[in-house]
Unconditional design. Sequence first.
Length: 152
Amino acid sequence: MIGADGAQLGIMSAREAMFKAQEAGLDLVKIAPQAKPPVCKIIDYGKYRYELSRKEKEAKKKQKTIDIKEVRLSPNIDTNDLKTKVNAARKFLSKGDRVKVTLRFRGREMAHMASSKHVLDDFAELLADVAVVEKAPKVEGRSMTMFLSEKR
């Protein structure tokens, strides 16, 4: 049992603890209910919940979310178009995002999936100075996907 001022009041029954909390005009809150014996504290419960929510918000502010940006390509892409897509991916990577490179196949392009893998390999090679392949190219239905992340 911990008092309102932070002083240790020792081990006591739940009824005694509840009486002391009512006497102080505050709430009895279990801080560590799984401990043996459970640790309780006499505090204002509303204020306690407010402090917890503030700590959560602070922790949320400090963490960085990593987004996944997607770049879509086609199997018969021209070199200049590929370079434009590479520059877009380079910009995403510099901001700290992961890049999902998708090679979409339509119609007859499906028959030549294996021979189109070089497009993704070229893409990864052009970004080799700033990015590393996180997940190798993998066929999923009508598309082939690869994930790139910033080099550390």
